[in-house]
Design a protein around this ligand. Structure first.
Ligand code: NAD
Length: 395
């Protein structure tokens, strides 16, 4: 079939298999161009098909020669519909990893469920014996609780009072004011239930019980802080409450794992264009301005550059892992540099529909957004018929 982008709000309902493969290959090529490092060898990535999880998986395999098991929740092609980008990404990753002589198994299913946990843990036992790194990179709008069957839905709202600021429709380039009403306590609780640390803890405990963790295992989950302008909608909002919970979970897990020489950490990553971040009001304008400033200063990073730097310069060095006062790894250090934030704040003041194309990297934002779904890739012929029905590993 001929596949073109079909955009609905902040998602694209189509994905291009050859374009996704090219996008994965680009990330592999980036890691291959960097110095190899002595890293993990048997890696489980939960949330492995897009964004930071995919970049972690690529970094582990192509930077450190790791075998990987990935867990994701993606949709295969059916009738006239393409598969999701994460499906094509995972198929492309598996193919490339196997060509490089590495094991790559992908389990597609609900990571929150008991059934997928036990299936994956059996696979870890069979393929690895024990995992030496567990990356937890889920981003989900909902979670069905494995015991109660109750479904929680996350909200992206401020807590306590409404928040008004500028937002950007990145398709049209319109900058307008948006007011987001505060969350109810129930919405806060549900967001923490979806995106907090409970499921990560359950994964680690279940892996421990099955003796599927190496004594010196590391586990890492991802968080975000960002600048004051996004705090009411992010860090001090519902999602921030969930990240507080995730960070507390890291401290508790770390106490346990460090007894045998392992560790649990949250890494605070920089803001990047992913399917999840595109859905948050106010954030796309911030990212467009940030990309412009960081590109101008030669400090721009996407998911793969961030994850390579996290693995090669923080997680796997001779030195102890450096953390901030709250026990977090700060790979958002370049984003949060004072001069970068000063420049972004000044641009924020003046940003409007009439100048946003000039003062921000809106073109780069749109390009990155399309690339998430395998579009706008330089060497892909989008007028060519492609087979949308791509097989994925274990399915
Ligand atoms: P993403 O949307 O690109 O990836 C989410 C992954 O989770 C996908 O692999 C998806 O298949 C998987 N997933 C979702 N629900 C699932 C389920 N029920 N079972 C199994 N897999 C499921 O997201 P991302 O932006 O890479 O976010 C990953 C983490 O990084 C999140 O914790 C996020 O808060 C954090 N983070 C993101 C940013 C950013 O700017 N995007 C910045 C800092 C931290």
């Amino acid at each position: 079939m001929l596949i073109q982008p079909k955009i609905r709000g902040f998602i694209c309902t189509t994905a291009h298999p050859a374009g996704c493969q090219a996008h994965v290959q680009e990330q592999i090529d980036y890691v291959a161009s960097q110095p190899a490092f002595r890293g993990p060898k048997r890696v489980l990535v939960i949330g492995s098909s897009t964004g930071y999880g995919l970049a972690s998986r690529i970094t582990a395999t192509f930077g450190a020669g790791a075998d990987t098991i990935g867990v994701c929740f993606e949709r295969p092609a059916a009738d006239n519909r393409t598969a999701t980008a994460g499906w094509y990404n995972s198929a492309a990753f598996e193919q490339a990893a196997r060509q490089a002589g590495r094991l790559a198994r992908t389990v597609n299913g609900d990571a929150f469920s008991h059934a997928i946990k036990s299936h994956v843990i059996n696979l870890v036992r069979k393929e690895f014996g024990q995992a030496d790194l567990v990356v937890y990179s889920l981003a989900s709008p909902r979670r069905t609780h494995p015991d109660s069957g109750e479904t929680f839905v996350s909200a992206i709202k401020p807590v306590g009072q409404p928040y008004t600021n500028k937002t950007l429709n990145f398709h049209t380039g319109e900058v307008s004011d948006i007011t987001v009403e505060p969350a109810t306590q129930d919405e806060v609780d549900q967001t923490v239930a979806v995106m907090g640390g409970d499921d990560w803890r359950r994964w680690i405990e279940a892996l421990e019980e099955a003796d599927a963790l190496a004594p010196d295992v590391l586990t890492v989950a991802y968080s975000y802080i960002g600048p004051a302008v996004t705090h009411p909608i992010y860090r001090e909002g519902t999602i921030g409450r969930a990240k507080d919970d995730l960070e507390q979970t890291a401290l508790r897990l770390n106490e346990r794992l460090k007894r045998s020489g392992g560790g649990a950490f949250v890494s605070v990553n920089k803001a990047v264009v992913t399917q999840s971040s595109s859905a948050i009001p106010i954030v796309p304008l911030y990212i467009s301005l940030l990309y412009r400033v960081m590109k101008d200063k030669g400090l721009h990073e996407g998911c793969i550059e961030q994850m390579y730097r996290l693995f090669a310069t923080r997680l796997y060095t001779e030195d102890p892992i450096a953390v901030d006062g709250n026990g977090r790894i700060r790979i958002d250090d370049w984003e949060m540099k004072a001069d970068i934030q000063r420049s972004v704040a000044a641009l924020w003041e003046s940003a409007a529909t009439g100048n946003v194309e000039q003062i921000s990297d809106l073109a780069g934002y749109r390009h990155e957004f399309l690339r998430l779904f395998g579009f706008d890739m330089p060497d892909v012929d989008y007028t060519e018929d492609v087979n949308a029905d791509v097989a994925l590993g274990d399915m």
